[in-house]
Design a binder for this molecule. Structure first.
Ligand code: FMN
Length: 188
């Protein structure tokens, strides 16, 4: 698929079938992700792939973390939280390393990991998969971070949900760059 076609037609798809996605396809997504630009070639991205019962365990941790963040959360809210990771057969958590050298800047590592995540989304689209980048309180929760095996100082910038679309999505309404762009030209 042409790269511009993938960029223009990719869209977030949250409703997917429970059908499994092969490991080979997931590896192709990860391989596309790590082709992203990254300053000083530090490769700051980290991926944790959750399938099967790992998603159920994540749901338990998410519900417990919600209970700790909000002791008033009722049974219904906790059940909703517990079920969230079951919305797709594959979840890929994307973490970011803190700079390990003085010359490396944290935001640049975050930028690189975000570029990797977009690569992953584009690859999913090109391979006929549906994907959705999600965050929310869970992505910032220390308990969930620990469950995923990240260090306290690493950031989690997203949980990418991957599966096969439940129905053929309509072509996305694409936004314009025009109101976000200024053209400057200086004559000497
Ligand atoms: C950093 C980041 C976090 C996001 N978190 C969520 C989220 O928690 N829940 C959600 O529904 N969508 C989330 N999204 C997806 C956006 O809602 C989506 O990209 C936006 O609506 C544009 O739609 P599109 O992806 O189909 O172009 C997130 C996107 C980014 C880049």
């Amino acid at each position: 698929m042409d790269v511009l076609e993938a960029i223009n037609l990719r869209q977030s798809i949250g409703k997917v079938k429970p059908d499994p996605v092969s490991r080979e396809l997931i590896e192709r997504l990860l391989s596309a992700a790590v082709q992203a630009p990254n300053h000083y070639k530090v490769r700051p991205w980290r991926f944790v792939v959750l399938t099967g019962s790992a998603r159920e365990r994540l749901g338990e941790v998410m519900a417990e973390s919600l209970r700790q963040r909000d002791p008033n959360a009722d049974g219904e809210a906790l059940a909703r939280e517990r079920a969230k990771p079951l919305r797709a057969p594959v979840l890929i958590a994307v973490g970011v390393d803190q700079p390990s050298l003085p010359k490396v800047i944290e935001i640049e590592n975050v930028c690189a990991a975000a570029a990797a995540t977009q690569n992953l989304l584009l690859a999913a689209h090109a391979l006929g998969l549906a994907a959705m980048w999600r965050t929310g309180d869970a992505a910032r929760d220390p308990g969930i971070k620990a469950f995923l095996g990240f260090e306290a100082d690493q950031r989690v910038i997203g949980l990418v949900y991957v599966g096969y679309a439940l129905s053929e999505p309509l072509p996305p309404a694409r936004p314009s760059y025009e109101d976000r762009t200024v053209w400057q030209q200086f004559s000497v």
